[in-house]
Design a protein around this ligand. Structure first.
Ligand code: NAD
Length: 448
């Protein structure tokens, strides 16, 4: 039975279903849409305009997205009196797929934060910075992290691709086009981090000494790095499934197993196991490729290989075109995602998604940039490319390709927002035309 929502109005359309791990998508899928705080206000309508135009052009009116507004952050506060409403989580579970802008996260020590301008202060009521009366709320834990936990979004997915014309530091930037699947719930991020001298840190040091005879300095802080068979296999399974569905050439298991044999090393081992057990008919290992097939890649198969984490940081710079899908544990995945996006010219255009087996949330990867809110100025590229991922996830790759093409041509023509315009002009590129946030969306639409 459909849940009763208080604020959420489900529009006419088809509810997305998950059957045997596969998405069942009608012609009018209902997609949860969270505008986010700050510049979410600007980039969300720009993204929707681009997606609507691409879908219209690709399917001639047969298909369309039914956008369903959901509320968190400032809008959560206004609709429900809390920045993280339970109803929003329930609605995402019901709809299965959502796309969101950025959310304010309090980082300072102050007791209150303003969700209009991210200013932090030690009292409720009016914001000392922007003067707004209805945006100040007690400090809270990251909304993004709470969504991840509430929906068990265990895979952080980051595509990294170069757009011709974007000033990028790397000579081979034009060969970059891969997607990183970072495990999101385990590793040293799982929160088992214990202060020097604490009961737990002291007890662990003593336990290690007793059980193994190995010494850890008594004045050490202790972090525990859990990497499970369950967590590793589901992450690699997701990466493999993506590679197979999107017909990509390879999946690389990235690990530091030469040093951390039973965590990172096991991640790699379990990854190969999933490939053999569940994707044996569509994958081939690098070992087999060279030992049995003389390096001749069979048609239609996904190559499964592994690389030590430190070498992958070199390889994505020197031979990026050898990588297509990368499956990585949490800590190295964090480093790798940021390093990779820098290769192609910075965070501005980097899209992302967080996924579980049942739910997928596509998101802009930058923050709320409050000083630009409502100015129709910032670059909507990150959210638009996240929407491209969403379309691919829905199986609407024709519409996804139209957007990529439109964006490529807009950037090549030098029709870009201020951030890229500034970089292009600094490189001495002629004919750069700075446009607004919505103007960039329009430029993409015109060039699809
Ligand atoms: P930010 O990403 O919001 O902004 C830093 C600077 O980057 C901006 O001043 C602007 O110059 C530039 N910028 C960001 N997005 C841009 C875009 N789309 N186009 C052009 N330029 C862009 O980072 P911040 O100022 O450190 O954080 C502001 C707020 O956002 C904080 O509350 C922070 O916690 C939050 N945040 C949220 C997310 C998220 O929801 N995913 C991510 C990062 C930061």
């Amino acid at each position: 039975m459909a849940p009763q929502f208080k604020e959420v109005k489900i529009p006419q359309g088809d509810l997305i279903q998950v059957q045997d791990g596969k998405l069942v998508v009608g012609d009018h899928p209902v997609i949860g849409t969270l505008r986010g705080d700050g510049i979410g206000l600007d980039i969300t309508p720009a993204m929707q305009a681009v997606v609507n135009a691409a879908v219209q052009k690709a399917y001639g009116g047969k298909k369309a997205i039914a956008w369903c507004p959901l509320y968190a952050g400032l809008e959560g506060l206004h609709h429900y009196g809390t920045e993280f409403p339970e109803e929003t989580v329930e609605a995402i579970k019901y709809l299965k797929v959502a796309i969101k802008g950025p959310f304010t996260t309090p980082i300072g020590e102050e007791t209150h934060v303003c969700l209009y301008c991210a200013h932090q202060q030690n009292h409720p009521g009016k914001c000392d910075k922007c003067g707004k009366e209805d945006g100040v709320t007690p400090r809270f834990r990251s909304i993004n992290v709470r969504f991840r936990q509430a929906l068990d979004l265990y895979a952080c997915v980051r595509p990294v691709r170069y757009f011709e014309g974007v000033p990028a530091p790397n000579k081979y930037a034009n060969k970059v086009n891969f997607i990183i699947f970072r495990e999101n719930t385990e590793d040293v991020y799982a929160g088992h981090d214990f202060e020097r001298g604490s009961d737990v840190a002291t007890a662990i040091i003593e336990l290690v000494r007793q059980k193994t005879g190995r010494q850890i300095r008594l004045d050490s802080g202790i972090g525990v790095k859990p990497i499970s068979l369950f967590g590793s296999k589901r992450l690699v399974r997701k990466a493999l499934r993506w590679a197979v569905q999107q017909r990509l050439p390879s999946v690389t298991l990235v690990h530091k197993g030469n040093i951390m044999k039973f965590t990172e090393g096991s991640f790699c081992k379990w990854g190969y196991e999933v490939a053999a057990e569940e994707f044996g008919d569509v994958t081939i290992t690098e070992k087999k490729l060279w030992e049995e097939l003389g390096g001749k890649m069979p048609e239609g198969k996904v190559l499964v290989k592994d690389r030590i984490a430190d070498s992958i940081f070199q390889q994505i710079q020197t031979r990026p075109d050898e990588y297509s899908v990368l499956a990585v544990p949490n800590l190295n995945g964090d480093y790798l995602s940021d390093a990779a996006i820098a290769l192609v010219g910075g965070l501005g255009l980097g899209p992302g998604a967080n996924m579980s087996d049942d739910y997928a949330m596509f998101e802009a990867t930058h923050g709320t940039a409050p000083k630009y809110t409502g100015l129709d100025k910032v670059n909507p590229g990150s959210l638009i490319l996240s929407a491209v991922m969403m379309l691919e996830h829905l199986g609407w790759s024709e519409a996804a390709r139209l957007i990529i093409g439109g964006m490529e041509r807009a950037i090549q023509a030098g029709v870009v927002t201020y951030d890229l315009a500034r970089l292009m002009k600094a490189e001495g590129r002629p004919g750069v035309r700075e446009v607004s946030c919505s103007g960039f969306g329009q430029a993409i639409i015109e060039r699809m």
